[in-house]
Design a protein around this ligand. Structure first.
Ligand SMILES: Cc1cc2nc3c(=O)[nH]c(=O)nc-3n(C[C@H](O)[C@H](O)[C@H](O)COP(=O)(O)OP(=O)(O)OC[C@H]3O[C@@H](n4cnc5c(N)ncnc54)[C@H](O)[C@@H]3O)c2cc1C
Length: 325
């Protein structure tokens, strides 16, 4: 299924997918070398860019990623119930029974990755609160040959635009903004960035939106239920790490279930996501202060190595991928 997403995979997510044997098809991918920040709000264009030190990132159309995940799951003999809605679950000492539109499924554990507005989270009684800024996101694709081998982040005082190459002749444009301060639509946001808009070809996908972000969850595990991905809590999309986090969490949660220690999940989730949560909040603080933001981008332009270090910290550093167990 298609989703609202900026569709940029950071190098650690690219490496993790490769280790999993997931190869997205060429029609929906385009590599990128790093990140470029562009701020033209003060009348003077400021641009800073840095390359990843861990290898390239990958722009990937979510439809292409789903296709690749599905193919790999089939090849591994995983039973998939497609076009199926979960409608509730019950749990006892022997396991969990999930009710769905295609029948019931029984297992020892339920690992739920049902997104920001997780139903499983509600059914499990895990409370979620949303931060005051109520940041939102929308995205659309445009037919045009990617002009950059970086993901471009265009800054303005009202919204940020994330431009990701996601195919040989396609770029995705995602806007993020504070929903508390303004309503927003694609047309309005495109007008904030005339230089960017001038480069885009015709739209080729329907507009999709998501949010509000900054969902904090009071615990990621209840009994036999473990939450992963956005369902477990999510700060913001501005670091482009949601997919990497989801993959990492899924692997860690499965490992705990195999060890029969799911009660450690909330603690492990907190440790696993600490760097991301701190870094994202730091960036949000900078993004919300136009003067500081311009100073930081100027600083990064003047000292590219600082930008590169920041990217390394922000995209998970050189952490090993402990897949082979
Ligand atoms: C505008 C925007 C830009 C972003 N940019 C990036 C980026 O560049 N890079 C990046 O890595 N991340 C990005 N993200 C974040 C990323 O999209 C999410 O973090 C990621 O999709 C989370 O994956 P998930 O599997 O946890 O949840 P989701 O991708 O939301 O998947 C949840 C799934 O559960 C299904 N579901 C929900 N309820 C039920 C039910 N009851 N029964 C059956 N199925 C159900 C939904 O249909 C959905 O398919 C962006 C997000 C937004 C909104």
């Amino acid at each position: 299924m298609d989703k609202a997403c900026g569709e940029g995979l950071m190098p650690n997510a690219v490496a993790r997918l490769a280790q999993m044997g997931v190869v997205p098809p060429a029609w929906g991918t385009h590599p990128f070398r790093g990140i470029r920040y562009i701020d033209a709000t003060s009348g003077r264009r400021v641009c800073a860019e840095a390359d990843f030190s861990q290898g390239p990132g990958l722009g990937v159309r979510r439809l292409a990623l789903s296709e690749a995940l599905r193919a790999r799951a089939h090849a591994m003999g995983v039973e998939l119930w497609e076009r199926t809605e979960a409608t509730g679950f019950s749990a006892d000492g022997s396991g969990v029974t999930v009710r769905t539109s295609s029948g019931t499924a029984h297992g020892q554990w339920l690992i739920a990755a049902d997104g920001l507005h997780s139903q499983v989270r509600k059914w499990a009684g895990l409370k979620a609160t949303v931060g005051p800024a109520r940041r939102l996101g929308i995205r659309q694709h445009f037919t045009v040959q990617p002009w950059a081998d970086h993901v471009e982040v265009w800054w303005s005082d009202r919204a940020e635009a994330y431009v990701t190459p996601v195919g040989p002749n396609r770029v995705g444009v995602a806007f993020l903004w504070r929903g508390r301060d303004q309503r927003g639509d694609m047309e309005t946001f495109l007008k904030y960035f005339p230089e960017l808009t001038g480069r885009l070809g015709p739209p080729e996908s329907t507009i999709r939106g998501a949010g509000p972000f900054d969902v904090q969850v009071a615990g990621q595990q209840a009994g036999r239920v473990l939450l992963v991905g956005d369902a477990a809590g999510y700060v913001d999309a501005l670091t482009g790490e949601g997919i990497a986090l989801g993959l990492e969490q899924a692997e860690a949660a499965v490992a705990l279930c195999l060890r029969n220690t799911p009660e450690a999940w909330s603690r492990e989730w907190t440790a696993l996501t600490r760097r991301h949560r701190l870094f994202t909040r730091l960036l949000l603080g900078v993004a919300a202060r136009p003067y500081l933001r311009r100073m930081v981008i100027r600083g990064l332009a003047a000292v590219p190595v600082a930008f590169q270090l920041g990217l390394q910290v922000g995209s998970g550093g050189q952490r090993a991928l402990p897949m082979a167990r």
